[in-house]
Design a protein around this ligand. Sequence first.
Ligand SMILES: [Zn+2]
Length: 315
Amino acid sequence: MDATEIANKMRRLHDLHRLGHAYILLGESLTVLRQTAHQIVQGLYCSRVSPSGDACQTCDECLRIASGNHLGMTWIAPDGASLKIAQMRSAWSADTRKASGVTLRMIVVEDAQKLTVEATNAILKWVEEPGENRLFLFLTVSLAALLPTLRSRCALLRIDKNSLNLQETDDDGLFALWPNKEEEDGDFAKVQAQFADALSLVLELGQSLATQEPHGWHAVADRFAKMNFKAEQGYAIVDLLIAYFRDLIAVSCSQPVSHFRAQIRQLQHVAKGEQIDHYARIAVELGALRRRLSSHVQVATALEAVFLQFQRESA
Ligand SMILES: [Zn+2]
């Protein structure tokens, strides 16, 4: 479903009093997820929804939502690299104190894959028994990075539009790097979903390493741990990262990329010509790491070492 279809569906369910109280909104990018969430919220609150189901964008409700000042809406974003237990607790207690009068209260949690384990555990009861007329929306780029206890309490809405085209990436040889394509139980959809998760993680890892973000590793470490990759999937992530830096170098020299063709915009956003030496050294370092990997070495631990090394150099 695309954003408009999802927003329409939510509004219809609400009108029929059949709306659930917690949803996970899964999509490829935070930008699309935010837009979709805004569309859902406006669709639910707008006083002048068009016959085709679009919010008017001009009524009081729509304007308040667009400016982030709607009384019925709580929008929670990561505080730094993660969604922490303290901010989730304070949002919960603020929600219980809120004055009545607003019919529906929405709690939108963006970048939900950045919820720490502690923060997730702290809100389970809130999500399960949120009180009357509450609606949770967890926006995430990775289903696997959410704890199963949270996933099981939510219905899933998947944004298909702009979603990863596996056929396209297969042509580019990216999917070819992913192991276990023919699992014994033949659950190909599961393999595809894992690959999509891995690819979004690789794009985030690659960008953090390339731009030497000071908290780069911490931002993804938790997510990495929760994905619970098998050893050979971990190796494939390193292979994908090496391919990422080869392509980043190609983009920096205005050469055609060989792997990340479908993600070329994201690479163009990151690539800086004067950083080519830096990218090359990361690729060499990752290549050395890849050769060292065996069942005795945790991929996450090895990757963290690479992150720390480049962070120290940039400090
Ligand atoms: Zn409106």
